[in-house]
Design a protein around this ligand. Sequence first.
Ligand SMILES: Cc1cc2nc3c(=O)[nH]c(=O)nc-3n(C[C@H](O)[C@H](O)[C@H](O)COP(=O)(O)OP(=O)(O)OC[C@H]3O[C@@H](n4cnc5c(N)ncnc54)[C@H](O)[C@@H]3O)c2cc1C
Length: 564
Amino acid sequence: MTHVAVVGGGIGGLTAAHELAERGIDVTVLEAGERFGGKARSMPIEDGPASLQGEHGFRFFPAFYRHVIDTMARIPDGNGTVADNLVETEATLIASVDRPDRIAETGQPDSVRGWLEALRPAFADDLPRDDVAFLLERLLYLLTACERRRESFDDVSWWAFIDAENRSPEFRDRLAYATQSLVALRPEVGSARTVGTIYLQLLFGQLDPSRPTERVLNAPTSDAWIDPWTRYLERLGVDLRANTPATALEFDGRRVTGATLADGETVDADEFVLAVPVEVAPSFVTPELGTAAAELGRIDRLDTAWMNGIQFYLSEPVDLTRGHQVYADAPWALTSISQRQFWHEYDLEARSDGEVEGVLSVIASDWDTPGMCYDKPARECTRAEISTDIWEQLKAHLNADEPRLTDDMLVDWFLDPAIVEIDDSSAATDGDVVENRSPLLINTVGSLRNRPPADVGVENLTLASDYVRTNSDLASMESANEAGRRAANAILDRHGLRGSRARLWTLEEPVVFEPFKREDRFRYRLGLPHPAEVSHSVRRSVSALVDRNPPSGGRRLLGGARDR
Ligand SMILES: Cc1cc2nc3c(=O)[nH]c(=O)nc-3n(C[C@H](O)[C@H](O)[C@H](O)COP(=O)(O)OP(=O)(O)OC[C@H]3O[C@@H](n4cnc5c(N)ncnc54)[C@H](O)[C@@H]3O)c2cc1C
């Protein structure tokens, strides 16, 4: 019988354990923390069995997720499965400090008109017409590009791809800076391949009547998902060891022979799955391992950014929209969700002596721009200052017309414990007052080549974490889950169990674009640019010429061209 040791019990590690254990393989999961689930776990905010829960950040499941949903549907919970704990959202509120709220429907549209209405906040309203036309052209470019999307768009920034510099401020806000609140990725450094592909997936999600556009959980993530999952894994015989940090992988030049634990013990196994976060993985890559598998040596070139959550516990439910809120003018790129309306089975009042009736869960994705209260970026604020500034930014957006959030509602707050105040005596901190012990991988320009596959060139080592090269691509629970499946498949293949591989999905795009992709493949092989690139560069050259000439000269030049 094969024994597999998984180092790290986040979504990636638990998925690998799940796939292997269901196929009769003996699995041990070594988790450094007290709880399983990694970034997706919930945590009690105080001691005691019935404490309120806090989270690293709220969880959302867009329509294109397949792997995570499939896993959830295989975890028993009560009379059903964990997938039954997913609930649909209905609308996203886009709040602004000085403009009226905009609402984007996320419920399933039941007519063509409904679809167009749902897409309106993304496209129309205040976007100049030629920006809308340009955006559609760029999206068609993405949709009709062959492998060049994967092979060359990763070297272009999303900012450059959508020509943000030369578009209207509204276009920049909606199409460029939105990436920051979504995934803490500045458009100037985000890969056009990743951002463009995911943007399309989100858009298709709105148009697909067969699947909910986005879903959230009906209770804190651990209650709704992670706890039933670990119970199920234990029933399958998985040895789940919390509070068991590993410090090294022992390598004999060919194979990994053991995982060394912090207490000095060594865990032996036939196969090892490294499922620790991207910022931790390099500490396991010795020079020998890096030589055996060059991909391992490049993990430390991957970039991370700060994206962390805070929960505000309120004396009232404060139902803003039945879905997420985006704070368009918040310097710290805030998004939120009012949880109470989704957490049907979760008794907040019982957990707070009747004091708490609402939870506003907020994520801050920009830690470098000065905030509203202290004129300092979040990373230069204390934990209490971070909380105050975020609260004020929310109020500035939500109370523009009527008071929806008031100070007397605030009972308590819980900021992600990964945000830790730095001891004054510590080494140079560049003015930072806090450090983030749990940053998130970002898909920067050119980063694809530094992302390793799950199956690296060491014969009994695989990787299962959100930085691994996957179809789902963006650092998320979906990509961590896909990576866990890929790691399990590599192990199954090596041990002659190829017939029962875990299922993998690709990101679907409408088949109607296939003939155009085939045509582009032909051009690409001949070294020719995509037609959209040709028309874009002609337009750019003409406008550059017009810019260089005074208005009359510009007209003369264009007029002259037409005369000829
Ligand atoms: C604020 C925020 C909000 C997010 N929201 C969403 C969302 O809505 N939807 C979505 O799909 N994704 C979301 N994500 C991303 C998603 O949470 C992560 O991409 C995913 O959970 C990563 O899973 P993982 O298993 O790769 O890594 P992790 O979750 O980082 O798990 C790694 C595990 O390894 C353990 N570990 C570390 N070192 C050791 C060691 N030495 N020995 C043993 N164990 C170790 C850690 O304790 C951890 O449990 C969000 C991320 C953030 C930061």
